[in-house]
Design a protein around this ligand. Structure first.
Ligand code: ADP
Length: 164
């Protein structure tokens, strides 16, 4: 079976991520979206919340599964027997970091090939941080976040502002 993994923080999952999931899922028997625990980032949403979000918005894709992992993605890929790692490339700013990561991952797991998908032009400048920033200022999230999550994202950002 041809298994690919799409790792990320997904804090929160955006329409840019979802566009990549939809496109990548067409090329593999199974696509595992893996929410990575990143000790260097302080996430807005807990791991459990992000797991619920990603499961909710990917349930329409039958060959997409969702998991979480606290460790190296190249090791996770070995564990689940994935041969391909999917990453998205937006503006040039992603390029250097992503190439560096692809080389490191290949060193850890030589069986793992990184495939880059170009961001859809609609989502070229979209990131989770941009969604959070928009929510913080009460902007409409219709074109950037999955419809099922808009209220929750807006509410979470409002709560964050109240406690400050
Ligand atoms: P990470 O913290 O690992 O970069 P992200 O959740 O920010 O996690 O992103 C996961 C992957 O999705 C990365 O490869 C990133 O380049 C890609 N990505 C993020 N936003 C978009 C987008 N709008 N279009 C295409 N790919 C994207």
């Amino acid at each position: 079976m041809n298994i690919a993994i799409y790792p990320g923080s997904f804090d929160p999952i955006t329409l840019g991520h979802l566009n990549l999931i939809k496109r990548a899922s067409k090329s593999f028997d199974k696509l595992i979206v893996c929410i990575m625990v990143n000790a260097q980032k302080m996430p807005l949403f807990t791991l459990e919340e992000r797991l619920r979000h990603v499961k909710t918005v990917t349930q329409r894709y039958p060959n997409v599964e969702v998991d979480t992992y606290d460790g190296l993605v190249a090791e996770y890929a070995k564990k689940i027997d994935a041969s391909v790692l999917i990453r998205g490339l937006r503006a040039m700013s992603d390029f250097e970091r992503e190439c560096q990561m692809a080389i490191i991952n290949k060193k850890i797991n030589p069986q793992l090939e990184t495939y880059f998908l170009a961001a859809d032009e609609k989502y070229m400048y979209l990131s989770s941080s941009a969604v959070k920033e928009m929510a913080r200022f009460g902007a409409c999230l219709k074109d950037v976040a999955p419809s099922e999550l808009i209220d929750e994202i807006a509410q979470k950002m409002r709560m964050g502002q109240e406690v400050k």
